[in-house]
Design a protein around this ligand. Sequence first.
Ligand SMILES: *[C@@H]1O[C@H](CO)[C@@H](O)[C@H](O)[C@H]1NC(C)=O
Ligand SMILES: *[C@@H]1O[C@H](CO)[C@@H](O)[C@H](O)[C@H]1NC(C)=O
Ligand SMILES: *[C@@H]1O[C@H](CO)[C@@H](O)[C@H](O)[C@H]1NC(C)=O
Ligand SMILES: *[C@@H]1O[C@H](CO)[C@@H](O)[C@H](O)[C@H]1NC(C)=O
Ligand SMILES: *[C@@H]1O[C@H](CO)[C@@H](O)[C@H](O)[C@H]1NC(C)=O
Ligand SMILES: *[C@@H]1O[C@H](CO)[C@@H](O)[C@H](O)[C@H]1NC(C)=O
Length: 377
Amino acid sequence: MQRLVLLSVLLCASCHISLSLTNGTASNGTVADGLLENGNFENAPNATNMKGTVVVGRYSIPGWVNEGFVEYIKSGQKQGDMLLVVPEGAYAVRLGNEASIKQKIKVIKGMYYSITFSAARTCAQEERLNVTVAPDSGVLPIQTVYSSSGWDNYAWAFKAIYEVAELIIHNPGVEEDPACGPLIDAVAIKALYPPRPTNKNSVKNGGFEEGPYVFPNTPWGVLIPPNIEDDHSPLPAWIVESLKAVKYIDSAHYFVPQGRRAVELVAGKESAIAQIVRTIVGKMYRLSFAVGDANNSCVGSLVVEAFAGKDTLKVPYESKGKGGFKRAELKFKAVSNRTRIMFLSTFYTMRSDDFSSLCGPVLDDVKLLSIQTSPNP
Ligand SMILES: *[C@@H]1O[C@H](CO)[C@@H](O)[C@H](O)[C@H]1NC(C)=O
Ligand SMILES: *[C@@H]1O[C@H](CO)[C@@H](O)[C@H](O)[C@H]1NC(C)=O
Ligand SMILES: *[C@@H]1O[C@H](CO)[C@@H](O)[C@H](O)[C@H]1NC(C)=O
Ligand SMILES: *[C@@H]1O[C@H](CO)[C@@H](O)[C@H](O)[C@H]1NC(C)=O
Ligand SMILES: *[C@@H]1O[C@H](CO)[C@@H](O)[C@H](O)[C@H]1NC(C)=O
Ligand SMILES: *[C@@H]1O[C@H](CO)[C@@H](O)[C@H](O)[C@H]1NC(C)=O
């Protein structure tokens, strides 16, 4: 019996590793976590398939199929007075009016995957991108720029219902200048392992350790778009219940209170994160969490508001912008068998180093436990 358990643990450990050992493809042919094939567009079209910057032919960019007005952009290229800079390597693509890029990905049927890509808006207004893996699709607004570089990383998740998933990134915009569309660089994938509640925590993924792929060399975190544009959350178990995104941050580039990942509530009351948890009516619960700052020059009096059903708690945090956190807890009596746990940032804050990027308090290590009611003496 014990041997059986050990064997299945070993099997499972090895299957997980085989999925992530190699970039590109796992040992059994399904996609591995990381960049997609030519995901950073460093592999260029042949010169004969280019007319200036415009890509000619649908199969000209290795690994991709392109449609419509697609440009292949070299870092440092100028457009008007704008210098185009590329985060991953030296090349990116630009999607003009109604243009798209596609790639077929071998996936494991039934699994959830998250796509992370870098995008930058150029000259159009209200830029958006429609990301599709049939039958799911989501329109991600890329109008608000959260990083001072102009590039942001976006996450979007899907459930694989076939063995081959076709990812389509499409610019639905129609501008007077067909070249005025978003730049795309660095497209990656990550398999998601939906976490379960444990007897130590009824909140799932409370430390935000399970989430989208984070590029090792782009220090801007990953934006998790609002749920209205996303059926499956790239941050398993959590819903982004707001008009604006929340930012997923990693300990390699930010201060993170616990573990390797956390979220930064970057858009004031417009960026809230929630989860619905099972509770027992009449029982007392303790919701505990960490509030801090990401060591990203987000200076000021930050406030996180926590909600558990109808109970709320405001947690002030004085940030010097150099990293740090405190713990807080909200005790409440469950009035329903399902309780909505939600967090938002009361204020809008700008980074003190560039005065242009939105920032906010960091949330991490969210735990919910029922409190043992002390026995009567
Ligand atoms: C590939 O390996 C994973 C993990 O071992 C497994 O779940 C999946 O079914 C395999 N896919 C194929 C096509 O064999
Ligand atoms: C893995 O990535 C490296 C560096 O980006 C590249 O040289 C190599 O060809 C990739 N391997 C596969 C199997 O894609
Ligand atoms: C580029 O040209 C080479 C040599 O003609 C050819 O083998 C290759 O398939 C071409 N690549 C693309 C993406 O068309
Ligand atoms: C996004 O693209 C998909 C697939 O092409 C399409 O079905 C969907 O209607 C598009 N959504 C919007 C809002 O354009
Ligand atoms: C904040 O970042 C600075 C510069 O990268 C680093 O030296 C410092 O140790 C970080 N502080 C914390 C608390 O992580
Ligand atoms: C939860 O409460 C609702 C309404 O009060 C009820 O319909 C439902 O059966 C309950 N679910 C469980 C699992 O107790």
